[in-house]
Design a protein. Structure first.
Length: 334
């Protein structure tokens, strides 16, 4: 059977829908950042990112049209207010592109894992290759600028060892052990994501035009800050460094370059994506204090996303993904 003649499954349509909506959101932010960046090296990478997504966007549209599905609205020129004051520094823009590239890498891998049709698998392979290239470029430039934040370093032990005590899981009463390298993977990863969410919440809150959106963004900033403090405390207790904050990379501009819809959606996207990473951290945690920190964070994120959902729906800003057919409603029409 020709792998390209298969009908796209619900999972395949769902991944394409997500790639389009989230991709158009990030593309709007990238195009704004491109317009304000002064550093030519950083500007060049953003130019590449914009062109790469433009190519991917056309291919996604083709997939939808050939299957007879409506192309999502996503985010458009109407969500970008041109000629506005600078809201971010060049270095923050580069860090933003790096973090969003990480999201893209993980998203493409998930999309590939549920894709069966050959042309769709080849599309996600191409997207993954583009994201890996961008990942290397952003890291190299951040290193060159002296702005890449590496994870804590460990000194090597003399020999491999086995766990020999129940105290290995104790993180509250001082009998346990130091953080394991496998646990720091998620802690460091989640800290960087929370720092990005906090910084964007601060930036968006100072340019938001409505009280409801501004309050949500301010509350989101406090939630992200609480999560940063929680995990930083665990790292610092073991005398390990934590990633630096980026608040000073936000200017004092109150001139919004984005629609309220885009800013609110972006923060919701970050908190929803964080649930996956916190869940992975919980699964790898072997210390009781880490388990408690992840459980608390996941519950607080659920409260944020619930408020986010209500505001998005009330303002008719939340686009509906393709739904399974309602057989009961169809039967009534006969």
């Amino acid at each position: 059977m020709d792998g390209n003649k298969l009908k796209l499954t619900s999972s395949e349509i769902g991944t394409l829908w997500g790639e389009y909506v989230n991709g158009t959101m990030i593309d709007v932010v990238n195009r704004y950042m491109y317009s304000i960046i002064e550093d030519e090296q950083i500007k060049s990478i953003f130019d590449s990112a914009i062109n790469t997504f433009g190519k991917q966007k056309k291919e996604i549209v083709t997939f939808f049209e050939e299957e007879g599905f409506p192309v999502p609205i996503g985010f458009t020129e109407s969500d970008l207010f041109k000629g506005k004051q600078r809201l971010f520094t060049d270095i923050f823009c580069l860090n933003y592109l790096h973090i969003m590239t990480l999201h893209g890498l993980l998203g493409h891998t998930t999309s590939l894992a549920v894709s069966v049709r050959k042309d769709l698998r080849e599309f996600y392979d191409s997207c993954d290759n583009d994201a890996k290239k961008m990942y290397h470029q952003t890291i190299e430039l951040l290193l060159e600028k002296g702005s890449f934040q590496r994870d804590p370093l460990f000194y090597p032990a003399k020999n491999p060892e086995f766990i020999s005590s129940q105290d290995f899981t104790d993180g509250f009463f001082g009998k346990g052990r130091k953080l394991a390298a496998t646990e720091i993977i998620s802690i460091s990863f989640n800290l960087k994501k929370s720092i990005m969410a906090k910084t964007l919440s601060i930036a968006f809150s100072q340019v938001a035009q409505t009280k409801e959106v501004r309050k949500f963004l301010t509350d989101s900033e406090k939630t992200a800050d609480g999560q940063i403090k929680s995990f930083s405390k665990i790292m610092q207790a073991d005398n390990l460094p934590v990633p630096k904050s980026w608040e000073t990379e936000v200017t004092t501009s109150t001139d919004s370059p984005f629609s309220e819809k885009l800013m609110l959606y972006h923060i919701g996207f970050l908190f929803q994506a964080a649930q996956n990473y916190h869940g992975a951290g919980l699964a790898s945690a072997m210390r009781t204090d880490l388990v408690a920190a992840y459980e608390g964070t996941i519950l607080k994120n659920l409260l944020v996303t619930k408020k986010w959902f209500n505001i998005m729906v009330q303002n008719k800003w939340l686009e509906q993904p393709p739904l399974a057919p309602n057989r009961n409603e169809i039967a009534k029409e006969v």
